[in-house]
Design a protein around this ligand. Structure first.
Ligand code: ATP
Length: 538
């Protein structure tokens, strides 16, 4: 009996010991796991002056430190040297112990970054590095440090070298879900169309989706380059006009009356009275001439409340305006404009060649063809050409439709080998009140439009600078209300009563120039954040 009891107790003790051993083993394993996790734990909120960390998110940059390091543009990296790069992480591919990254700068320069498990002597460090890289999301901004080595990388624009990564830190992380893939957004229409009959058709991204996420859309190299070219057009415009003796001015955009009769106007409250958002700097650039600025130009916003949902209308665009005193004839202004446009067309090809190549790889176009001397078509000749092209032109005194302008552009291109031309001497009845009538036939006027590829980019005229004449025209057009005190035109006409040089000028739509010079399908592509009747954000 005693023996049985002893044996039972021994078995119980054995069981207890086995249980304890199992528990201890589990605890040891957990401790081991924790130790391993701690060894590969990723420390975040790393400061710039922390030189010991090899990976992890930087703390939010709040300008705590400065000048701690020099960054190298990836296109300037040299094989055999070490460098810090700040770039976007375009993509990341982890394969076992190897990591391949595509780093991007300036939207289209890319360089390969690589990391191999064996690169670091400590296996914990390697594991931590790979774990961190796996956690990074495409489109994040990262700082990368490493040694640049010779390589042969077909998929990056920097093809002869790559960076062996020794440190990597996220400066700003992107959400893992992007509104669309940049690769999809960067395909040409032709490429997308051609893929539709294949097993894996490329997605056709709509314009609204792109515009809703414009900051992403503008990371597409061609879209980004369009806005760089737009900046170039402004610079070339300024350069040419400065060299032709112009002064840049800034006119008010909050004004007391409409600046363009006929164009829709946005109205707003102005301390209890009504103000208009300027539809052009027209009246003010003319008053600048009255103020003895003989040649002026402006680059500024223009607001049009036109409910036009077309490919070429915006509710806010940038006006490139110029006005100049003339001696005898407004052709003096046409020569200035022609020189300026030539400077723009030539400058785009010679100075913005890289951007033009990128744009044309997605949106194909030929360079704008232009003539050495201005190609001027008189209204009546233009009307004949349009009629010969098969259009009904009525009495020949009506404004041209878009289709008629395109047809004219086609005929002019064939006949004069130019995409850029001037249509001159428009009927007075379809031009604004301030237009000078033609000396010999008042049915027509000293006014002109300029076209690229058969679409209007510019309107201009000699202005009526005689106050008496101007008052009469204003009355004949039924706009006399404007002449009353506070009516918008009162001071404008008054400014002509103290002597003003005869003058002429032009108003050009910057986005129109960009979209037509680049042969794009929609003016919105030339606006960073377009405003149209259906879009006020972002
Ligand atoms: P359109 O007939 O094309 O509507 P418009 O005759 O009303 O133009 P103007 O008032 O003469 O144009 O303006 C001068 C220039 O400003 C135009 O040649 C064009 O380049 C640009 N522009 C005018 N309206 C718009 C708009 N809504 N969106 C973009 N650009 C415009």
């Amino acid at each position: 009996m005693e023996e049985i009891k002893r044996q039972r107790e021994a078995r119980k003790a054995e069981k207890e010991a086995a249980k304890l051993a199992k528990k201890a083993k589990k605890a040891a394993q957990a401790a081991e796991r924790e130790a391993a996790e701690q060894a590969t734990a990723i420390k975040n909120d790393i400061t710039f002056d922390d030189t010991s960390s090899i990976c992890g998110d930087y703390e939010v940059v709040t300008s705590k430190t400065s000048n701690l390091r020099t960054y190298t543009p990836l296109i300037s990296t040299v094989s055999g040297s070490s460098a810090w790069l700040r770039c976007r992480l375009q993509s990341i591919r982890v394969k076992g112990g190897s990591v391949f990254l595509v780093l991007r700068q300036d939207t289209f320069n890319t360089m390969q970054g690589v990391f191999f498990k064996a690169d670091l002597p400590d296996s914990d460090d390697s594991a931590r590095m790979i774990k961190y890289m796996k956690s990074l999301t495409a489109e994040s901004i990262v700082d990368v440090y490493g040694s640049v080595v010779d390589s042969d990388v077909k998929s990056c624009t920097v093809g002869d070298r790559e960076i062996k990564i020794q440190r990597i830190h996220a400066v700003s992380k992107s959400d893992p879900v992007l509104p669309f893939e940049l690769e999809d957004a960067a395909r040409s229409k032709e490429e997308v169309e051609a893929s539709q009959d294949t097993e894996r058709p490329f997605p056709n991204l709509g314009q609204e989706l792109r515009l809703d996420n414009r900051w992403m859309d503008l990371r597409v190299p061609a879209n980004n380059a369009i806005l760089r070219v737009k900046s170039g057009v402004c610079q070339l415009f300024r350069e040419s006009l400065y060299s032709q003796g112009f002064t840049e001015i800034q006119t008010p955009k909050l004004i007391g009356g409409e600046s363009e009769s006929g164009a829709g106007v946005f109205k707003t409250d102005y301390f209890g009275s009504e103000a208009c958002l300027a539809q052009s700097p027209q009246l003010y650039k003319q008053m600048a001439i009255a103020s003895d600025f003989p040649r002026v130009f402006e680059v500024g916003p223009v607001f049009r409340a036109e409910n036009s949902n077309t490919r070429r209308h915006l509710c806010e665009f940038v006006g490139l305006d110029l006005e100049m005193a003339i001696n005898e004839h407004y052709t003096e202004t046409l020569s200035v404009c022609h020189r300026m446009f030539k400077h723009i067309f030539e400058g785009l090809e010679s100075r913005y060649g890289a951007e033009m190549d990128v744009i044309r790889s997605q949106y194909f176009s030929e360079p704008v063809e232009f003539t050495e001397e201005p190609c001027i078509i008189h209204w009546e000749d233009g009307i004949k050409m349009i009629e010969e092209a098969g259009f009904d032109v009525g009495d020949g005194m009506q404004d041209l439709t878009g289709a008629q302008e395109l047809a004219l552009g086609k005929v002019v291109k064939e006949k004069y080998k130019t995409d850029f031309f001037i249509l001159d001497q428009y009927p007075s009845s379809i031009r604004p009140f301030y237009t000078m009538p033609m000396a010999h036939d008042k049915r027509f006027s000293n006014s002109y439009d300029m076209f690229i590829r058969g679409q209007e980019i510019c309107s201009g005229a000699q202005r009526c600078h005689d106050a008496t004449m101007l008052r009469e025209v204003i009355k004949s057009k039924g706009l006399e209300e404007g002449l009353q005190v506070g009516g918008g035109l009162e001071k404008y006409v008054k400014s002509f009563e103290n002597g003003i040089s005869p003058h002429a000028g032009a108003g050009i739509g910057l986005e129109r120039v960009v979209f037509l010079a680049l042969g794009l399908d929609n003016v919105r592509k030339a606006s960073m954040f377009p405003r149209d009747p259906n879009r006020l954000t972002p």
